[in-house]
Design a protein around this ligand. Structure first.
Ligand code: NDP
Length: 389
């Protein structure tokens, strides 16, 4: 980029998480291109304070209102404005002081601030896949109405987005999402029933937040990504395919109507899709480690085992049936993962909780936004009652 390119002001919603901290690394490496204008956290006040002192944003928001005084006092000698609470997240998302939201809050909690940002015409770099899983039709419609670009950060969707550059007139036959398979690839239910949270939190290729790491181990993450891809790229369910690729070198592929397949590859490093989303349509130089094909002896592929990893089958059902079913599935999954991380249920119980919730909550074919909110609440209550949380 040349010296006349204005600095892009970034609002990082979820700045203390895995994606948020890596986004700040990208910003720190490119101070002439990006500034951190808004930073938000839920509980992690110490890291938020540290980030605010280092990056001097305009605004910080701490979700937990009990932590407001501590953050305010710690930043008393600076110009940083401090807010707290869920409402503040939405109010700040509607402010004029930034250009692009990096949506990196985990789970359903990311939906409302992202909606506010879209309503106010902000470009979105989207890491928070749950937003599209819950209300993808409404989000994409609003994005079109407000002429808001939604640029994926998820590595698979960034790969597809990159493969599609220059292909606007060409029909996609299908997309192929790659999945590492997580730490339990090849395992069967008699093994999975005994796995502990510590084991499930060890992902072979990626270091990520706890929720997405468990979702990767159950293959729910790939299911969420199928639904995310449908909305992002305007696809029919049958155009979204999944293949297990344990090396995580091919980040995903697009097959065009002439049978030609484009793939995007690289070492697994989330800073690359983050940087791509922030700088799009430009690529910017960096010193991230490079892939050496002479050292990669194997790229292998296999069918996902949906009989063992039934979360992926449930997500395929939600993808096909649509309506409020993905929203119900997502809510039940958030409760199930929460319970598993607290050793309240075992690994396979998570699937049972999700399946029963999907059966129990009334199906709505064309929900309004309010109905999505209600379905989310009903599914959470139902799942929590099942687990006796
Ligand atoms: P983390 O758990 O590491 O971070 C989550 C962030 O959201 C933290 O800043 C956290 O604050 C904040 N947060 C959590 N709950 C709330 C809430 N209720 N209200 C407001 N803020 C909240 O998650 P990740 O960074 O791993 O993932 C973020 C999103 O990006 C997810 O949707 C995930 O699926 C997606 N994603 C992540 C990838 C990765 O490599 N990590 C890859 C692709 C997509 P605090 O720290 O204070 O708790």
């Amino acid at each position: 980029m040349n010296s006349s390119t204005p600095i892009k002001r970034i609002a990082i919603f979820g700045s203390t998480g895995s994606i948020g901290t890596q986004t700040l690394e990208v910003i720190a490496s490119n101070p002439d291109l990006f500034s951190a204008e808004i930073l938000t956290a839920n509980n992690n006040d110490d890291l938020l304070i540290e980030q605010a002192i280092k990056f001097n944003p305009n605004i910080v928001v701490i979700g937990d209102e009990k932590k407001y005084i501590k953050v305010k006092e710690a930043l008393a000698g600076t110009d940083v404005k401090v807010f707290s609470g869920d409402k503040a997240l939405e109010e700040v998302a509607a402010m004029d002081c930034y250009d692009m939201m990096l949506a990196a809050i985990v789970g359903y909690a990311g939906l409302r601030p992202t909606l506010k940002a879209i309503d106010n015409g902000k470009a979105i770099a989207l890491a928070n896949k749950e937003t599209l899983v819950v209300a993808g039709d409404i989000i994409m419609k609003k994005a079109v109405e407000n002429r808001v670009p939604i640029i994926p950060v998820d590595s698979e969707h960034s790969a597809i987005f990159q493969c599609l550059v220059g292909e606007t007139r060409n029909r996609i036959e299908k997309i192929i999402l790659t999945a590492s398979g997580g730490p339990f690839i090849g395992r069967k239910p008699n093994y999975l029933v005994n796995v502990k949270r510590e084991h499930a939190l060890q992902h072979p290729n990626w270091t990520m937040g706890a929720k997405i790491t468990i979702d990767s181990a159950t293959l729910m993450n790939k299911g969420l990504e199928m639904i995310e891809a449908k909305w992002l790229f305007n696809l029919k369910p049958e155009q979204v395919d999944v293949v297990i690729h344990p090396q995580s070198i091919i980040h995903s592929m697009v097959q065009f109507e002439d049978g030609s397949i484009k793939a995007q590859m690289g070492l697994p490093d989330m800073k690359l899709p983050i940087q791509y989303a922030l700088a799009f349509p430009k690529r910017i130089a960096n010193d991230f480690p490079r892939m050496d094909f002479k050292k990669v002896s194997t790229l292998s592929f296999e069918e996902p085992d949906v009989k063992t990893f039934r979360n992926l089958a449930l997500a395929q059902l939600a993808l096909n049936k649509a309506g409020n079913l993905p929203c119900i599935m997502n809510a039940a999954n958030e409760i199930a993962v929460f319970a598993f991380l607290r050793n309240r249920i075992n690994f396979l119980d998570m699937t049972d909780v999700i399946e029963k919730s999907m059966d129990a909550i009334p199906f709505i074919e064309n929900p309004t936004l309010e109905e999505y909110f209600e379905s989310d609440g009903e599914a959470r209550n139902f799942a929590a009652d099942l687990i006796k949380l």
